[in-house]
Design a protein around this ligand. Structure first.
Ligand code: ACM
Length: 640
């Protein structure tokens, strides 16, 4: 009786017009198998049941309860019971499978919900944790509310789920160097990523713009290296700071802070991979220890976003200042030994990342030290010099009991024998390393660089490349012809040159982070863009409840400028998702759905100044309006 009354009330009060029990089942990442089985149950009437021998799961039950309590106002009772005791009322049961279930592995789970409650079973606590995350996604979106959500029936639909990940390495890289993010902000990020079953946070802790981890034996690294002149705007275009300009921007994690972050992450089944990026990207370290470059006389300061690396259209990039450690200087290895001793002791994860990317060669080329090193070690070129450095670093890292991973440049000149490779310049480096029997993590910029713009440059903060959600969803970590056993998994990277705060960080990560999560967790054969878009839209509602920002770029028009056969500008309009209508104007006014609807390639009127475009769905505006100058479209089309 009670249930019918509640459902009728929901029919009246929910504006969507259907009761909560009909709210869509939309799990991200998509489970391996999911069957809807009919009636579910009301969570408000349940208690949490743990069997006596699974008492250790109470930490996961507490996390579940904390989420429930925020939104429902009351925590569920946790009962630790003898095995096989019949439940009198619906219970949420977390239970470790005795004897194991090989199909589920370390992180898989089964979830069964019915009128009797929910049973989540797994071989290991990590699986229970992921089952718990799925259960939260089965609950109405109000479960994401940060404060009491009233007028909600906490209905869990009846489902039968078997689920386990495709890859064991499901990572997000967070660059806390270019912009600093606090301990609390990193913890919030861990909460968000673990909801989508990511299990690895790669912290890019050092770069030209800041050294962000306390090294107790080398305090100058953070006293000097963590602080720079404060600049806001378009990173990479800033004016040169004056020598006496105050260095007020920055911060770093003390080792005590980092221990707290690590403990927080462990409770969410997230490993932390620390990256110390050497020998390039080392200006912050050189600001503290200038003698460690090949140009020791320079007045080094931590870079504040003024350009110093030049990328000519062809040829090797070069620096206007030397930001690399000197591989011929023994003091460099002494410093790195101290750094990696402390990093290895602090971070429990089995890998340490040594960076290794984008080392400019122009100062190395001129260095007498390096010439002498090449002669002494019989190194025939600068690739072999870099490889000499990488191999020395690998020895240091393995002497601390850790495995080394680095960006794919560490392949150049010969890879260290036990090193793993993180492939970022496409899949090529990863393919080569896997074929040589090395472990590989795929994070190609072409699919997984979440710092790239996700929509039109007219509306997004400027970054040098674009990566739309739809492309991200096509990320396939195992290249043709490669033995999958060498591909540990993949990750998306979030470089923060142009990300100044957590709101914009969230905007850059979601929803592309959904797509990467799905490509790393769900079976390849199940990938389905239209279905993913539907589930993404359901999760937008959940992010709204959680107060987490996301990019609505998938609703925006896509404008493609091209040169027609007469050399004149022609414009194609399209959309990333199905079912949108596009309207446009060339008369400078803001178009709505009474304006011309786009059907075929446009040629702008002779003296038009601007194109303005908007998208609608079902008669309602849905995308953001784009305004682009015709002269900019001509530039995009390569018309002078
Ligand atoms: C990189 O993006 N430089 C690894």
């Amino acid at each position: 009786m009670k249930r019918i009354a509640v459902s009728l009330m929901m029919l009246v009060f929910t504006h969507s017009g259907f009761c909560q029990s009909e709210s869509p089942v939309a799990i991200i990442p998509q489970p391996v198998s999911l069957e809807k089985t009919g009636a579910g149950f009301h969570l408000n009437e349940a208690y949490i049941r743990l069997f006596k021998e699974d008492k250790d799961l109470s930490a996961i039950a507490e996390q579940f309860n904390n989420r429930i309590k925020k939104a429902m106002g009351v925590a569920l009772e946790i009962n630790i019971v003898e095995e096989k005791r019949a439940a009198k009322i619906p219970a949420v049961t977390f239970s470790i499978i005795k004897g194991g279930n090989t199909k589920l592995g370390k992180e898989g789970y089964t979830l069964k919900s019915s009128t009797a409650g929910v049973v989540i079973e797994a071989n290991e606590p990590a699986g229970i944790y992921y089952g718990m995350q799925t259960l939260l996604q089965l609950l109405p979106k109000q479960i994401e509310a940060k404060s009491l959500a009233s007028a909600t029936t906490w209905e869990v639909p009846g489902v039968l789920i078997t689920d386990y990940p495709r890859f064991g390495w499901r990572g997000l890289m967070f660059d806390v160097s270019r912009h600093f993010f606090t301990k609390g902000e990193v913890m919030d990020f861990i909460d968000q990523m673990s909801k989508y079953k990511y299990n690895l946070l790669h912290l890019h802790l050092t770069d030209d713009q800041g050294w962000r981890i306390e090294i107790k034996s080398l305090p100058k690294l953070t006293e000097v290296g963590a602080w720079r002149v404060d600049k806001t705007g378009t990173f990479g275009t800033f004016s040169e700071p004056a020598a006496d300009e105050p260095k007020t921007y920055g911060g770093f994690f003390t080792q005590a802070d980092m221990k707290e972050i690590i403990t927080y992450a462990q409770a969410r089944y997230v490993n932390i991979l620390p990256e110390i990026d050497v020998p390039g990207h080392s200006m912050a370290a050189l600001a503290a220890y200038p003698d460690l470059s090949t140009t020791p006389g320079q007045p080094y300061t931590v870079n504040a976003g003024n350009r110093f690396m030049i990328w000519p259209p062809s040829g090797h990039f070069y620096g206007t200042i030397d930001n690399a450690l000197n591989p011929a200087n023994e003091k460099v290895y002494e410093l790195l030994d101290k750094v990696f001793t402390e990093v290895a002791a602090l971070f429990p994860f089995e890998y340490i990342h040594m960076g290794g990317d984008e080392t400019a060669r122009n100062f190395w080329e001129k260095s007498d030290d390096i010439k002498a090193l090449m002669k002494r070690e019989n190194l025939k070129d600068l690739n072999e010099v870099q490889s000499y450095f990488v191999k020395r670093v690998e020895k240091i890292i393995s002497s601390k009991g850790k495995k080394m991973i680095g960006w794919d440049e560490i392949l150049e000149g010969g890879l260290a024998p036990n090193a793993a490779v993180m492939s970022w310049r496409g899949m090529k480096g990863g393919t080569e390393a896997a074929k040589a029997g090395h472990e590989v993590v795929m994070s190609p910029s072409t699919f997984a660089y979440l710092d790239y713009m996700q929509g039109d440059a007219a509306i997004e903060p400027p970054v040098y490349a674009t990566l739309r959600l739809r492309t991200t969803y096509q990320f396939e970590p195992v290249p043709e012809g490669v033995d999958p056993k060498f591909i540990k998994g993949g990750q998306a990277n979030i470089w923060t040159e142009q990300i100044y705060n957590t709101r914009h960080l969230q905007y850059m990560v979601w929803p592309r982070g959904f797509a990467i999560a799905e490509s790393l967790w769900s079976p390849k054969e199940q990938r389905n863009w239209d279905d993913f878009v539907k589930r993404t839209e359901v999760h937008f509602q959940r992010l709204n409840m959680a107060g987490v920002k996301y990019a609505p770029s998938l609703y925006d028009p896509i404008v493609t400028a091209k040169k027609d056969s007469n050399g004149k500008l022609a414009i194609d309009l399209s959309t990333e998702i199905e079912g949108l209508d596009i309207y446009y104007s060339f008369d400078n006014s803001s178009p709505d759905n009474f304006y011309p609807r786009y059907t075929t390639t446009l040629v702008p009127p002779k003296d038009a100044v601007k194109l303005r475009v908007i998208t609608y769905r079902g008669g309602q505006v849905i995308g953001r309006e784009l305004t682009i100058l015709i002269k900019d479209l001509q530039t995009r089309a390569g018309i002078k």
